[in-house]
Write a protein that binds this ligand. Structure first.
Ligand code: PHE
Length: 517
């Protein structure tokens, strides 16, 4: 191609000339200097040549200079219009269509100054002056005539040979004064042979191919040297989702506070563990199809331990441990309905049952558990609600557990994620008494926002599970999405999961490191 041709011309010239000037090469090839630069860079990177950047002041044409070069100079135009026998000033001006001006000038002497501003007249005067100065014309008793015939247009000639004019010369000064030329600094290269100089450019291959090896072509080929400083290609690999980064940080805090993680790997749960074991009546509005996703296949879960089932049933129907229960007909079929768990407290209730079983073998021991995983609710989706989201839950099983301890743990937990101002507000949960909503101060919104829910599990819940009467269980729960959105400045929860997720953002999100205060 053309670049290759230019390259070979340069290399051939270097055979006999030690130093080349890129400006001259561009000129001799009649190409733009800029177009040559690409070719030079290629040759230099292959070490065929060595270049050194230089600066040089140069005379170049102005727009006006260019116009003259393409037609003729003003003085020459006047010179040419003058007839052999000579001409008067008035007639000459007529030839240049400035008759009108002249008349006005004569009739109304006082308006003279104004008329002289006419650009056509001005240009004529300039050209006329120059024509006299340059010896094209002479004036004799009002008659203007040519000094000689067939004089050349000197200025046009000079402009056409601009590169032969020395920068400091009188000629240059004159052209600059007349604004036909100006000085401009240009950058160019001095070119010398490089360490791999050859008089012909050979394409350099980036890699050795099997083919070149097999047919022996490699012996003739040039290869690009390896750039050991080049950055490697970015490895495409898995990245942690922002929710997972925040989850990791929360679990770290909870582990630091002595909590152990509960197994949460079961999205489908029976209503029994999600509701009944939590002393939520079967007519509870949260159970109806608006909030809960019910499963159709299998619709019902396997039976739980009949002993446990009967205890839960009688607690709902008639009560116990000082309670009269809900006084209704408890349905086992309702309890067996499979659902997508609506809260992680379903995990906690199951765990409490398991702990109670262990107590029978090993006796009492205190325990602190947490879980962070997905829950499901049939919500209308909007910028802050999804039908599947995550809950963080903590429970403390301890004979000495108290409401005060619950508030203390919650305060410490939130302190570690940088939230110090907390408020507790009484609320109602079927499975805790007392129950407290947790409010935190939102530094950006500058107001209290609900950040969690908590309480002391009721004896009506704990007794059927087999937790001894003198053992208390305190618990709290909160969402994972809200803090994640605040931390990563995510405005719409719907962009956090599913097809709306921007993979690039997930890749670039920093790790979550909460600052405790
Ligand atoms: N399960 C409750 C919810 O989904 C949170 C909670 C957990 C409340 C533990 C009290 C105790 O909002």
């Amino acid at each position: 191609d053309q670049k290759q041709d230019y390259a070979n011309i340069i290399l051939t010239q270097l055979e006999s000339i030690e130093t080349l000037n890129s400006l001259e090469i561009a000129k001799s090839l009649s190409i733009n200097h800029q177009d040559l630069v690409g070719c030079l860079l290629q040759l230099e990177s292959a070490n065929y040549i060595k270049t050194e950047g230089q600066k040089q002041d140069q005379l170049i044409l102005t727009n006006e200079g260019n116009t003259i070069l393409n037609s003729q100079s003003g003085e020459y135009e006047i010179y040419q219009k003058i007839p052999q026998e000579g001409i008067s000033m008035l007639d000459l001006q007529k030839l240049f269509c400035i008759e009108q001006v002249q008349k006005v000038k004569q009739e109304q002497g006082e308006k003279k100054e104004k008329q002289i501003d006419d650009p056509k007249k001005k240009q004529f005067d300039l050209g006329f002056g120059n024509a006299k100065k340059m010896g094209y014309i002479k004036m004799d008793k009002g008659l203007i005539s040519k000094v000689a015939n067939d004089l050349p247009d000197k200025i046009k000639l000079e402009l056409s040979q601009l590169n032969t004019i020395k920068l400091g010369s009188q000629q240059a000064k004159l052209l600059i004064e007349r604004k036909l030329a100006m000085i401009s600094t240009i950058k160019y290269f001095e070119i010398k042979k490089g360490i791999k100089y050859a008089n012909k450019f050979r394409e350099q291959y980036a890699a050795l191919t099997t083919e070149q090896l097999l047919n022996g072509e490699w012996k003739e080929c040039d290869y690009k040297s390896i750039n050991l400083n080049a950055e490697g290609e970015k490895i495409s690999m898995g990245n942690l989702h922002p929710l997972l980064k925040v989850r990791k940080q929360f679990s770290q805090i909870l582990i630091g506070l002595g909590f152990e993680e509960m197994p949460t790997n079961q999205f489908v749960e029976s209503s029994f563990w999600n509701f009944d074991a939590l002393f939520q009546p079967q007519k509870h509005p949260a159970r109806d199809a608006h909030d809960t996703f019910f499963c159709s296949d299998p619709e019902l879960s396997e039976e739980v331990d009949p002993n446990l089932r009967d205890k839960v049933k009688s607690m709902h129907q008639t009560g116990g441990v000082g309670s009269i229960g809900y006084q209704y007909e408890w349905s086992n079929e309702e309890a067996r309905k499979n659902i997508l768990r609506t809260h992680t407290t379903a995990v906690s209730s199951k765990m409490l049952y398991r702990i109670a079983q262990l107590y029978k073998e090993k006796g009492y021991f205190p325990k602190k558990y947490f879980s962070i995983d997905k829950v499901f609710r049939n919500e209308t989706l909007d910028a802050t609600h999804l039908a599947e989201f995550h809950q963080i839950e903590g429970i403390v099983i301890d004979k000495n557990a108290s409401l005060g301890q619950l508030m203390g743990i919650i305060r410490e937990f939130f302190r570690q994620i940088g939230i110090n101002k907390l408020w507790f507000k009484p609320t109602y949960n079927p499975y805790t008494e007392p129950s407290m909503e947790i409010y935190g101060y939102h530094p950006v919104l500058k107001k209290k926002v609900e950040i969690g829910n908590s309480g002391v599990f009721r004896p009506e819940m704990l007794a059927p599970l087999g937790i001894p009467e003198d053992v208390n269980v305190i618990a709290w729960g909160l969402g994972l999405e809200r803090p994640t959105m605040i931390y990563y400045d995510i405005r719409d929860i719907r962009t956090m999961v599913g097809p709306e997720v921007k993979v690039e953002t997930v890749r670039q999100n920093a790790f979550c490191v909460f600052e405790s205060k």
